[in-house]
Design a protein around this ligand. Structure first.
Ligand code: GDP
Length: 423
């Protein structure tokens, strides 16, 4: 069985905690795209963990984690993440972590390029997380990147390295006027952070395909959400990879397999990190209150997130892009304590009401249309059954279900593993 867990919105929906929860029913958890530019926060009985690269399944004993060919891996960052988890008593061995030989290595000069470009853009900046993600994906498509499998053929890699460094310096030195990248430094980087990973590197597609044939259950874990997908999101304010579920089997190394189920993670309100259009955005005191209640500060960067009410137009589009079969609605507890709750049900553009998500370029001119629903004033974080929820919370869930034409199966009411309700 092959299931994917994906984000319906702009990311930070709480995918990590849902993977952590649902991985109990799976044998394998695989990340299939992106790098260390976003972070999943998982809180369970073993502690509080921020995972940027490792699949969230790493926190469950008996689950095998796979980093797929669609990923870009900053090997220094990975070394740090593995060390932190090991300090917390989490076992990581080649038996429970497999890294694709086809995954691409994010190089220090990719991070440098990211910083140089953001500095050049100055006040026109994109809000990059400066983790080198766009430059390394660009290198991949230019066919100038290094892949994890090359570490297993180190003499060959060493022979290729000087040419790539010369090529990269055409940009770093000639275009940006920065200091030249040194071949020796890059070699030392591979030796220090790459070679210790050799035991984990393999053909993960072969591993997953065999496991699938043996009847093992595989969970694909996405980073970010539909609105950050390179092709379907709010380009150019997207990530540099495809996070949509349809890409999952490709990015995981099993293009031959079809998904059996897609679970979309959708937040009970909206949040968005960085620049770009965000139609239903709240400002001022309203925003402050929601941000503080939801703890909306980036897991990877600590940046305050932009926030707003639930957006039906964007979420319905996200559900369609993801082909989500069922939805987990997260962080409903954050909305407690309001007499009334706003929901953005349409956008207004040039005097017309839009109910379908438009071509992103026109979003700047769209104004949100809000409807108001009754709120609830009690704490719902201890609710574990549908019947324990106040009528207003149930009505809010039902309203979203109908407006987004989706089936909400799970509702989460707290960050802890068991703080959820299955409807
Ligand atoms: P991800 O990248 O999609 O995994 O999302 P993040 O980890 O960036 O953001 C989700 C944040 O919300 C984390 O800090 C979670 O611990 C927290 N969280 C997840 N679900 C809930 C919930 O139902 N209620 C509350 N209060 N917090 C939650």
């Amino acid at each position: 069985m092959l299931t994917s867990i994906v984000g319906i919105n702009w990311g930070d929906e709480g995918k990590g905690r849902m993977v952590d929860l649902l991985s109990k029913d799976y044998d394998i958890v695989c990340r299939y795209q992106g790098g260390n530019n976003a972070g999943h926060t998982v809180i369970n009985e073993r502690g509080r963990f921020i995972l940027n690269l490792l699949p969230s399944g790493i926190l469950r004993e008996g689950v095998v984690c796979v980093m797929g060919p669609g990923m870009v891996i900053d090997i220094k960052h990975l070394a740090g993440e593995m060390a932190r988890l090991r300090e917390a008593g989490i076992q990581i061995t080649p038996d429970n972590l497999k890294i694709s030989d086809r995954a691409v290595i994010t190089m220090p000069y990719n991070v440098q390029q990211d910083c140089l470009e953001e500095a050049r853009l100055a006040d026109k900046k994109f809000g990059s997380t400066k983790r080198g993600i766009a430059p390394v994906y660009a290198d991949k498509y230019l066919k100038k990147a290094f892949r994890m499998g090359e570490l297993l053929h180190f003499d060959r890699l060493k022979r290729r390295l000087p040419d790539i460094v010369d090529w990269k310096n055409l940009t770093v030195v000639n275009a940006y006027g920065a200091e030249a990248v040194q071949t020796q430094d890059m070699l030392a980087y591979f030796e220090e952070y790459g070679l210790p990973l050799c035991a984990y590197i393999c053909d993960v597609g072969l591993y997953l395909d065999r496991a699938h044939k043996e009847g093992k259950k595989i969970l694909l874990e996405a980073q970010l959400g539909a609105l950050r997908d390179l092709d379907y999101g709010i380009y150019p304010y997207t990530s540099s990879s495809n996070n949509i579920a349809a890409y999952g089997p490709i990015g995981a190394g099993v293009p031959n397999l079809k998904l059996d189920k897609t679970i979309g993670i959708m937040k009970a309100y909206s949040s968005c990190v960085g620049e770009g259009p965000f139609t239903a955005e709240y400002f001022g005191e309203k925003a402050e209150k929601l941000r503080a209640a939801g703890g909306e500060y980036g897991a990877a960067t600590g940046r305050p997130r932009r926030v707003g009410p639930f957006d039906v137009v964007a979420s319905k589009y996200g559900i369609r892009c993801q082909g989500a079969d069922e939805i987990a609605l997260t962080k409903l507890d954050i909305l407690s304590g309001h007499d009334r709750l706003e929901v953005c049900t349409a956008y207004e553009l040039d005097g017309k009401k839009l109910t379908e998500f438009p071509f992103p370029d026109v979003l700047d001119d769209c104004k949100p249309v809000f409807e108001t629903l009754p709120g609830w004033n009690c704490d719902i974080s201890k609710c574990r059954k549908k019947e324990e929820l106040p009528q207003e919370a149930l009505a809010y869930i039902r309203f979203i279900e109908q407006a987004c034409e989706c089936k909400i199966r799970y509702v989460s009411v707290g960050a802890e593993r068991d703080a959820y309700i299955e409807l």
